[in-house]
Design a protein around this ligand. Structure first.
Ligand code: MG
Length: 217
């Protein structure tokens, strides 16, 4: 059996058993297609991984950088307690509109807030607002800015919180000239003494990638 076929069987096994999409997630995915958003959302199994990680640390406040159509936002928001909050940052107003509709349909509008604008600007605004610290940061946006997002959002994450970054394996290995933003990101978190980090390979329908998981000491 070809390795690709085998990977697809692994993925189907995991997703059917642990990460079956309900109608809200399926409709979110369909709405992204209908509205011409790029199909670069996380997979269902990754969504479930994010959800389990958020639950494991009792996350009440989550910051997401890169909303796209809100697919990952739904998975994460479902880990929150009734008075929890996920703030998701999105550059593209059209993406944000689709995401808001998806969150509304999923019944999560009360937990999720989408802010439109360049990510670094939105993080700066959050810092000025001096809101409560976040338990979990999920970076899933333009790769060249990954290290900048980390630097700028790091003070907004509590000690004992998690910093997660998507798409950190494939580009880091295959896109080497010039060094990719995700490669730089992995080098940075691996060297930091205040973070314990690992890249977890992630199966997805279009091949393998990775999620970098960092625990803030
Ligand atoms: Mg991604």
């Amino acid at each position: 059996m070809e390795e690709d076929d085998l990977n697809l069987r692994y993925l189907n096994y995991i997703e059917q058993l642990f990460a079956a999409e309900d109608s809200a997630l399926q409709e979110a995915f369909n709405a992204m297609r209908t509205n011409d958003l790029p199909e670069i959302n996380i997979s269902a199994s990754q969504g479930k991984l994010l959800q389990v990680l958020a639950l494991a640390i009792g996350a009440k406040r989550i910051l997401e950088i890169g909303t796209l159509g809100g697919y990952s936002t739904i998975w994460l928001a479902r880990a929150l307690p009734p008075k929890g909050k996920i703030i998701s940052l999105e550059l593209n107003p059209h993406h944000a509109k689709v995401a808001r509709e998806n969150l509304e349909r999923a019944g999560l509008s009360n937990l999720a807030e989408i802010r439109v604008g360049p990510g670094l600007d939105s993080i700066a605004t959050l810092a000025e607002e001096q809101t409560d610290l976040f338990d979990l940061l999920f970076i899933d946006a333009d790769k060249d800015n990954y290290s900048n997002y980390l630097t700028q959002a790091f003070p907004l994450v509590r000690n004992g919180g998690l910093i997660l970054a998507d798409n950190t394996l494939r580009n880091a290995i295959l896109d080497d000239s010039p060094p990719s933003g995700t490669k730089q990101y992995n080098l940075t978190v691996a060297a930091r003494k205040d973070l314990d980090s690992i890249v977890v390979p992630a199966l997805r329908p279009r091949g393998m990638d990775g999620l970098t998981i960092s625990f803030k000491r």
